[in-house]
Design a protein around this ligand. Sequence first.
Ligand SMILES: NC(=O)c1ccc[n+]([C@@H]2O[C@H](COP(=O)([O-])OP(=O)(O)OC[C@H]3O[C@@H](n4cnc5c(N)ncnc54)[C@H](O)[C@@H]3O)[C@@H](O)[C@H]2O)c1
Length: 223
Amino acid sequence: MSAAVAIVDRDEAAARSTAQLVEEGGARALAIRADVSRAQDTIAFVEATEARLGPIGIFANNAGIEGVVAPLHEYPDETFDRLLQVNVRGVFLGLKHVIARMMQRGTGAIINTASTSAIRGRAGLAGYVASKHAVLGLTRTAALDVAGTRIRVNAVLPGPVESRMIRELEGQAHDSAIALRRNVATAHGRPQDVANVVAFLASDEAAHVNGAAWVVDGGMTLA
Ligand SMILES: NC(=O)c1ccc[n+]([C@@H]2O[C@H](COP(=O)([O-])OP(=O)(O)OC[C@H]3O[C@@H](n4cnc5c(N)ncnc54)[C@H](O)[C@@H]3O)[C@@H](O)[C@H]2O)c1
């Protein structure tokens, strides 16, 4: 049986083009526009997914923003607030409304995208680092809240991965003379490197993995 995948993004064109890639890979796909920081959008995407594709068995809670690079004493309040709205409240709302559905069936796998910024400080990234520490805390708490069911909640913690986000952060770090590079000394990962771990955590092979923080960084955080 092939998967049916709902792609949720604030950017509808991005959701559509990802859905097209999924369909080219042979699976059913549905693109949904939603701002994950808004409760009504989250409720709507959960309802639309279940109505169109059936019960949600796997939830990759992945949307996130990076904010700006600035030393903490100059970090803009509004950027900090927006990071908490999207990266923390967004992850919380997704967990809340998807777990409520999974509880009705007693089974499911959720993978939150945190970051190695969940377990390390990063110069110039106060809002991002605070938000990703919070994602790990939410993961561990949700895992305990579903204990005793066959629902599992884990986090993946990527190091730098080749994407729009890392190019933006490194560009800003360069402009503001904050040495983000010293945080990213190893080669960047590929999106597929993270996806492979997410696929494992979603699978029955990970049946005994719950509340875990899976670092995917080629060993960067060991140094
Ligand atoms: N790229 C990296 O180096 C890296 C490293 C560690 C963790 N991460 C995390 O991986 C996740 C994906 O990041 P990416 O690298 O693919 O970045 P990206 O900017 O390429 O993709 C993020 C996606 O999230 C969407 N999004 C942003 N705010 C949203 C909102 N409020 N509602 C719905 N969708 C929203 C964007 O439209 C975009 O499509 C993020 O949580 C990020 O923090 C990335």
